[in-house]
Design a protein around this ligand. Sequence first.
Ligand code: AMP
Length: 295
Amino acid sequence: MTRMNEPRVLRSASALSAWRANLRPLPASTRAPLALVPTMGALHEGHLSLIKIARAHAHSVLVSVFVNPTQFNDASDFEQYPRDESRDIELALSAGADAVFIPTPDVVYPEGAQTRVRVGALSETLCGATRPGHFEGVCTVVLALFQLTRCDVAVFGAKDYQQLTVIKRMTRDLHLPVEVIGAPTLREPDGLAMSSRNLRLSDESRDDASSIYRALCAARSLWHAGERDVEALKLSARDQLSDQVDIDYLEVCDADSLELRSGVLASDPSNSLVIAIACFLGEVRLIDNLLLSSP
Ligand code: AMP
C-alpha cells in the first residue's frame, strides 16, 4: 500500500500547522500533547523503538524525515545517504506515528536563511573535532524542527551520544519548552548498532563492522575488572577491531562534559565515563559508544 498522498504525510509548514491544530483533544492524561522523533529516514528498528518511547510520553507522535544538508561536511556522504521515502512512511505509521513530516530544504531553511546555532565546548570534541560544522548543522535543524512542530517532547537515541548531549544542552541553554528524552541503542544480533549507514556496507565490511561492538565491550570488561589506565582501555578495544576498520577516533570521555580523559583515572571517578568510537569501513563512517561507569 502506498501512503505517499495520505493526509498524515505533511510536506509544508502550513500542512503541519493544520495537522497540529487538529490534534486529538487530550483526555485526562499526564502525557504531553506532542512528541517529535527527528530522523534522516532509511528507518530501521532503532528509529521504530524511538517512536514507541515517544508514544509512551505523548498523546500524539510526529516523525520527521529530513536528510539535513547543513550537517554533512562531506558532499558525497550527503548524496549517498540512503533514501526510501515510501518505505519510511509505511514503517513510521505502522510503528505508531500519527503523522510523518517530510519537508524539503526550503521549508526548513527559508530563502536567505543565515542563522546558525552553535553549542560550545560540548560540540568540539569527538565528532565535533573530526566533522567541523556538524553540530552547528544538527542544532540549527533541530531548533528549526522544534519551532515548526511546536513539540513538547523530543526523543533522540543514545547511539549518537554526543548529539543527544549537545541537544539537551541547547534545549536547556535556550529555555526551549521541550523535554528531550534519550533512548537506548538498538543492536543487531552480533552487537552492531543499527544505523541507516549499515545499508551501505559491503558483505565483507558488514562482518568487519561487528568488531566495533566487541571492541567497546572489551574496554568495558577491562574497566569492570579494575583497569583505570585510559591507554590500556583503548588498547584492549583496538585489539578487537578488524584490520579493515579505519579509526577516526577512539576516546574515553566524561559522560557529561565530553572532555577527553587520558592517563590513569581515579579508581572511583565522581562522573560517569563513556568510551566512544567513530571509524570508517571503506567509505562508510560508523559511530558507537558504551557507558563505562555510573557515579
Ligand atoms: P538518524 O536518522 O540516523 O539521524 O537517527 C535519528 C534518530 O534515531 C537519532 O536520535 C538517533 O540517535 C536514533 N538512532 C539511530 N540509530 C539508533 C539505534 N541503533 N538505536 C536507537 N536509536 C537510534
